[in-house]
Ligand binder design. Structure first.
Ligand SMILES: Nc1ncnc2c1ncn2[C@@H]1O[C@H](COP(=O)(O)OP(=O)(O)OP(=O)(O)O)[C@@H](O)[C@H]1O
Ligand SMILES: [Mg+2]
Length: 351
């Protein structure tokens, strides 16, 4: 059950045999299931199998990472980005319905956005949802090798991904555009870009080609236009940050997310996760509560916040009983008097 298809198949086989006499129709359905299940011979099992990955012709190292299917990290998204990804998933799940209208699913997608906002994670999510292997080609590492070989390496990977249904992620796409240092290589680079653009144009609908970059501005408009779909991943807003923080905090009751959301405003998901995990690790090795460590770590961040923002943090912490007025004042550097006055003003406004 933990991703071991072979074990499950053996179990189902045994059940089918057992039910053959007592419940023939159930036995038949089970056997039918087994017939349609992937076997060692189906291409789906071949893709992502470490033994068959395309290799660099010199180093003999695999050119791509094949990510295993499995429980994915919960992906938190703004509603508009989620809608686009779900549409993409639904198109690939319903190719027959599209075909009846003479349509094909979107074959290629370009993910742009700052680091740590879920571009790679979204590719992983799509592969999981579609039950396809995820193949990741990190262009920044392929590009570091001799360019002439880069072209043939990239072609090998693309052919491999096209040969059977999969999700191929071209990560760090901008490195192709960025490498302009050596003039002697410009011709080679142009050929490489041409290869890529051609592949994007001709990509088959059976596999999904995704590309991710956090330097969208470096990409040629011609590259943008090539993709069926362009998805902009923004930095998380307060709502998304709060949702993600609840995941990162695990079982530890989080007394005050409002405080953390304010402290981490403008951070990526990855930054927020690192912040919380650091606190949890510190807490695990000390006798302090995670929340108290988060408070003292937050104090450092407050040096970059203006007075009004720090006042809001203080009010959050006083209002939910996390800190006394004095404690909040010490933490935020806002005077007790100011906190008290603002609190009274808020209460009066409420009344
Ligand atoms: N939308 C999100 N929801 C929940 N967690 C996220 C999200 N985005 C990022 N994270 C956390 O940050 C980590 C890094 O995210 P990911 O690799 O997807 O970022 P990225 O956008 O691909 O960044 P880069 O441009 O640096 O490659 C994830 O493993 C996850 O823990
Ligand atoms: Mg990434």
């Amino acid at each position: 059950m933990a991703g071991r298809a072979q074990d499950v198949q053996t179990l189902v086989q045994r059940m089918a045999r057992r039910y053959q006499r007592t419940n023939a129709s159930l036995g038949d359905s089970l056997r039918e299931l087994l017939r349609s299940a992937p076997t060692a011979q189906t291409p789906l099992r071949g893709v992502g199998n470490a033994a068959s990955l395309p290799l660099d012709s010199d180093s003999r190292l695999p050119l791509i990472r094949a990510e295993q299917l499995g429980p994915s990290v919960p992906l938190v998204l703004t509603p508009s980005v989620r809608a686009v990804l779900e549409q993409l998933r639904d198109e690939h799940r319903n190719t027959d319905r599209l075909a009846r209208q003479g349509l094909t699913p979107s074959r290629t997608g370009l993910f742009t956005g700052p680091p740590g906002v879920g571009k790679t994670l979204a590719a992983r999510w799509l592969a999981d949802e579609l039950k396809l292997p995820l193949l990741v080609l990190d262009l920044s590492s392929v590009m570091s090798s001799y360019l002439g070989r880069t072209g043939s390496n990239i072609r090998k990977v693309l052919d491999y991904a096209k040969s059977s249904p999969s999700v191929l992620l071209l990560d760090e796409l901008d490195t192709v555009a960025k490498r302009r240092d050596d003039m002697a290589e410009v011709g080679e680079l142009k050929r490489l870009v041409t290869v890529l653009l051609q592949e994007i144009d001709d990509w088959p609908a059976s596999s999904l080609l995704l590309a991710a970059t956090n330097h969208a501005d470096l990409l040629d408009p011609a590259v943008w236009r090539r993709f069926d779909l362009a998805v902009k991943f923004p930095l998380p807003g307060p709502v998304e940050l709060e949702e993600a923080l609840l995941h990162y905090c695990g079982n530890e009751a989080l007394r005050n997310t409002a405080f953390l959301v304010r402290i981490l405003k403008g951070s990526s998901f990855a930054d927020a996760e690192r912040f919380v995990m650091t606190a949890r690790r510190k807490a695990a090795l000390s006798n302090e509560h995670t929340f108290d460590i988060l408070l003292s770590m937050g104090q450092e961040r407050m040096t970059q916040m203006n007075h009004a923002e720090r006042l809001q943090v203080a009010l959050d912490l006083v209002q939910d009983g996390s800190l006394s007025q004095r404690g909040a004042s010490e933490l935020t550097g806002v005077s007790r008097d100011t906190i008290r006055r603002k609190q009274r003003a808020d209460q009066e406004q409420h009344a």
